[in-house]
Design a protein around this ligand. Structure first.
Ligand code: NAD
Length: 456
């Protein structure tokens, strides 16, 4: 029996506010962005506590990768918003002169932001920056799998932002399904591809455009032209940040045979250095989000050759930063996004082999390259497709507000951050203005006589 889902009353209320023009004025947008900045600064400790409770995240890491990152996004947007919103002139063909043409950005309406559990502050509030700046009303749906953060966001947002136009709906599959039955003007979803398809299908019913921020296996390639100790330190940092539960984390490492062998001790050294000699007791190392993910991740270790780490404790959901060697390309750890602190190291026959393996799979969200060889860099940049590329640095590209953030193919569609958020959450409207007199259009009106041929 089909279950009728009652429409969430929150959406019509927000639509009413949008239709009354509440969100349009630049002054309103700026006030909301300033309110959000105040929320992040004044309630930073509350958010840090929630993130620690959900993910065992160190407060410094929460500032670096979540709270501070959104503050930077707010500042960047406040600095540029006026110029981003300025209409831009477009040349008019001579046949239409005299006339003027321009494009102007207009808000879309009511947008829905659905967030995941892994960066539960950043991935809900960074899209919010763009939606507010674009002049939209917004429904935020944080992940139920990071319950402390979801509750903190639901408590704080109405205290700092205009509740006529910004609402938080908490809940899981049932509540999200109810929300998705509503008509939105844009949906930005971050999470896995299976749910991404559900979101897109629901959106299609209303012809609602979607931005899908998905995941996948982001590869790293390292060759012998770089200092392996330095490369290993950066790779270990990017991989084991948030205990590997990062959408843009290096998923697996490929290197020519000798490099694949030589880099392993450097990875072991880097892990010891980053986590005070013992990740289990280090306050800098996080925990796995829940028992289900923990069981999946420890299952991936079955039958594998553990070169570094491999220890775990189910009670505290601790899984050591782990490096695997001798991994078969068709093993489970290579057939799914790992999304945890396990790094397979694969020996390959050089850059061409690595490129062939990458292009044989789904397009990754990020691709990382450790090389000082220009030709190798060019080969990866021009022969592979991915959401982003980091040359000699993983993960950090998403903290550059001027760079668009998003996937391609299997890793998603659409982009946000900085001006890309404004483009995502706005409609670029075309406007042509032409005086009625003199009526130069007379030349194209019927009846079409031979004398007009040259003008049409
Ligand atoms: P999740 O389980 O928290 O789900 C994400 C959201 O979808 C939640 O708000 C949840 O309530 C909702 N949801 C779940 N099932 C649903 C359903 N059946 N119908 C409607 N809504 C539903 O997070 P997740 O999917 O486990 O997140 C991990 C994935 O997200 C990984 O693949 C990761 O790579 C990807 N990710 C991508 C980015 C990015 O920016 N591209 C960032 C973080 C995570």
């Amino acid at each position: 029996m089909a279950v009728e889902t009652a429409p969430a009353p929150v959406v019509p209320a927000l639509r009413g506010a949008f239709d009354r023009g509440v969100t349009r004025p630049l002054s309103w947008r700026i006030r909301q962005l300033e309110g959000l900045r105040r929320l992040l600064l004044e309630a930073g400790t509350e958010l840090e506590d929630a993130l620690f409770s959900d993910l065992g995240k160190n407060p410094a890491e929460s500032q670096l990768t979540e709270i501070g990152l959104v503050v930077a996004e707010v500042e960047h947007t406040l600095k540029h918003l006026r110029s981003w919103l300025r209409p831009s002139r477009v040349r008019v063909p001579l046949s239409l002169a005299p006339a003027s043409a321009q494009t102007m950005l207009e808000p879309l309406g009511v947008v829905l932001v659905i967030g995941p559990w892994n960066y539960p502050v950043q991935l809900v509030l960074a899209p919010l920056v763009g939606a507010l700046a674009a002049g939209d009303a917004v429904v935020l749906k944080p992940s139920e799998l990071a319950p402390a953060t979801s509750a903190a966001i639901a408590r704080l947002v109405p205290a700092y932002l205009d509740d006529r136009a910004v609402a938080v709906v908490e809940g899981g599959v049932e509540e999200t399904t109810t929300l998705l039955a509503e008509r939105f003007d844009h949906i930005l979803y971050t999470g896995n591809g299976t749910v991404g398809r559900i979101v897109m299908e629901a959106a299609a019913k209303h012809l609602t455009p979607v931005t899908l921020e998905l995941g996948g296996k982001s590869p790293v390639y390292v060759d012998d032209t770089v200092d392996l100790a330095s490369a290993a330190r950066r790779i270990a940092w990017g991989k084991f940040l948030n205990a590997g539960q990062t959408c843009v984390a290096p998923d697996y490492l490929m290197a020519p045979h000798d490099v694949a062998e030589r880099i392993v001790p450097h990875l072991a050294e880097a892990i010891a250095e980053l986590y005070d000699g013992d990740p289990r007791t280090s306050s800098s190392y996080g925990r796995i989000i829940n028992d289900k993910q923990f069981a999946r991740l420890t299952g991936l270790l079955d039958g594998q050759e553990v070169a570094v780490g491999g220890r775990f404790d189910a009670r505290t959901r601790y899984l050591a930063p782990t490096v695997l060697t001798g991994v078969e390309p068709d093993s489970p750890v290579m057939s799914q996004e790992i999304f945890g602190p396990i790094l397979p190291v694969l020996a390959v026959d050089g850059a061409d082999d690595a490129i062939a393996r990458i292009t044989a799979g789904e397009k990754p969200l990020a691709l990382y390259l450790f090389t000082s060889d220009r030709e190798t860099e060019r080969a990866f940049l021009t022969r592979t497709s991915s959401g982003a590329v980091g040359v000699n640095v993983p993960v950090a590209h998403l903290s550059v507000p001027g760079l668009p953030f998003g996937g391609v193919g299997g890793s998603g569609m659409g982009q946000y951050h900085g001006i890309s958020s404004i483009e995502t959450f706005s409609h670029r409207k075309a406007v042509l203005t032409k005086r009625l007199a003199p009526d130069t259009l007379g030349l194209v009106y019927p009846p079409y006589t031979p004398a007009k041929d040259g003008f049409i």
